[in-house]
Design a protein around this ligand. Sequence first.
Ligand code: BAL
Ligand code: ZN
Length: 853
Amino acid sequence: PAQIHLRDYTPWPWEVTRTELTFRLDPDATRVTSRLSLRPRPGAAPAPFFLHGEELALLSARIDGIPVSPSVTPEGLTCAVPDGPFTFEAEVEIAPAANTALEGLYMSNGVYATQCEAEGFRRITYYPDRPDVLAPFDVRIESDAPVLLSNGNPGASGPGWAEWHDPWPKPAYLFALVAGDLRAVRDRFTTRSGRAVDLAIWVRPGDEDRCAWALESLKASMRWDEERYGREYDLDIFNIVAVDDFNAGAMENKGLNIFNSALVLASPDTATDSDYERIESVIAHEYFHNWTGNRVTCRDWFQLCLKEGLTVFRDQEFTKDLRSAPVKRIEDASLMRARQFREDGGPLAHPVRPESFVEINNFYTITVYEKGAEVVGMLKRLVGDDAWRRGCDLHFDRHDGQAVTIEDWLSVFEEVTARDLAQFKRWYSQAGTPRVSVSEEWDGTHLTLTFRQSTPPTPGQPEKAPLVIPFAIGLLHPSGAELLPTTVIELTATTETRRFDAAALAAAKGLDTARPVASLNRDFSAPVIVDRPRTTEENAFLLAHDTDPFLRWDAGRDLARAVLCDRATGAAADDGAYLDGLAAVLEDPALDPAFKAQVLALPSEDDIAQTLADRGLPPEPLEIRAAGETQRDRIAARLGDLLARTHDASATPGPYRPDAASAGRRALAGASLALLSRRDGGALARAEFAAAPDMTRSLAALSALLSVGAGAAELAAFEARWRHDRLVMDKWFALQVVRAAPAEAAATARRLIGHPLFTWTTPNRVRSVMGSLAGNAAGFHHPSGAAYDLYTEGLLTLDARNPQTAARLSTAFETWRRYAPDRQAAIRHRLDRIAATPGLSRDLGEMVGRMLG
Ligand code: BAL
Ligand code: ZN
């Protein structure tokens, strides 16, 4: 299949001044009539008139009302057209019920729904399906379904039909249509300029009582975007629809967001604290796209990070404002290290703005989204809050209604700051995680820090140039006092040196002169690996004294990582400082329970595997699992009484409330319970499960039980109670696989695939088994190879139905080269088998090809 390159971009030679669509809905034979008003783009070079179209049956076509016979291929149609303005009309037939790929128009539980980003619209009708072609849309839907929705504002309607008009020009990827038997939960929002907006969340009958949180989150998002960015909503109505079958989390279609139901529906009985937090942030993310993505969109798909990195950054800011900023920063940094560094260091590494692709769906990645957000965060740090806001205002003013590039985005900041961002732009074009190694020299009064940056080669990019790295540091006196408060150093050259007069800094505080401890990359100010191994003493000191919460957590994490790596490699492990540090954190009444819960969690098995691989030691997943188990036993044995007190003190009596403070207490109670279960065989967890007042505590107790090999009766009781509830059952499927012992993980997953409620057609259910199997590292990599086989079979089964989700899940194999030769050979064998399968999708084919390199 062909590679598409950024360098080949050319604008489309025509403009669409209006798009009119009529849908006559039918599960097996939907008729779509389109009427496009077109005119040549001024100055465009002559080119054949081509419209994208895939899996469409073309029934008729007309130009200016006269029938024509376009030449049709599997990718689209071409046709001779007049030199001046003209109309192109087509009638096509499509079959939504047979669409299991969930791209274009499909059906989920009898409801018609669409997913057009990135290139799904071409499965609906013939169209210039590219983000730089924008048009106002008029849509008419004919169907006996009781609810008929599309983008924009509602127009006329009658029995069996409804019209919608979207005045804001948009690309086809933002088109949406929904039709079915749905119920609305409604509210209203008045914008700061006084415009009344109707809000509605549309759900399946029976789900109405699970919409309150999403509505609250939506109103909070609308208010926040007005206050923080001066951005108001711009239509009379904002609709959100929940559907069960959805490839991703949600989609920001103009005025008609479509969500995976798992990211809308919440009640205390059925959703956990993490679900509540995630719903809040995804509702915000999709809403924020109304300006960053919809009003200002991307010129081409290489610019995806323009809208995604920026919108993730905005949703992160929103969560920080509503909840705990330090805890959110720890969560985001953990995700970067656990998942993005892994992508950036493996065969799938690509720049935040890729330069070529085969299938754009394969580039909705953690690099584009989360590293893209980190790059935006660094830009804000470098230009400062004031210039940041002025630059954003200028971006919105200048580019409203346009499809633009990263160059356009950066140029507004160059303009408001008179700063040259050419070197900064390398963050968008250069893949790989930079390393900053730091060496120290102490002469008795001055501390000299030398920073050396380097970025390892990545596929297609053997050479790397230095980046602009905003590196936040602080200095601490050995007494624990802060000598140098957080200071951002801009690293631009390969090697840079900074000298600090520690004696003067100490004297100013009335302290004696002593070698300070450096606190590096505070607040995770840059998404880099800091190469400056800290001693156990330094980590213990920073965990106890740093003023930067991220660094405190990071120091604790380093202590745990060192102990686990030692255990996993058979070296003598000394966990004294780690256990003392944990005890001090738990005892500290000034610390936020959510922060304590973060410190109490061990690094993931993947984190340890990556750390060992970085040291040139092939990781052994079973040894890593055993190291974690031993360490948890030791924490429970040594801190058991403190954990029991922590657990009891974290109780949240009274009705469930999803606020951050209550959720933090439940997180700490849950983490303590899991460790306490190692002492009491699950007695306390069993009691808590029986009395659990909400899903957060029910699931925490069940998880604790399964972790110690108990919980069979509770698992059965959970299933009996929740069998009818697809979202809760996803948790039931997932937990068993995640918590399965290594030798049993594949068999557990295989058994669940045979469960009557398992289906390959609902991505959430597939992820709950397959994704969870990949997440159980010791089970996935068990030497029997049983999980590799099951996973390979699963990917192939799924690929025949849903290539996009199959391709995403295939990333479970991306780390294969970090393992010992026998395991590498075992995984390679499975990748080869997938690659050799006839009829493999373009999506999965590209991913496997890149992994095999
Ligand atoms: N645009 C795809 C879904 C999202 O990132 O919001
Ligand atoms: Zn997004």
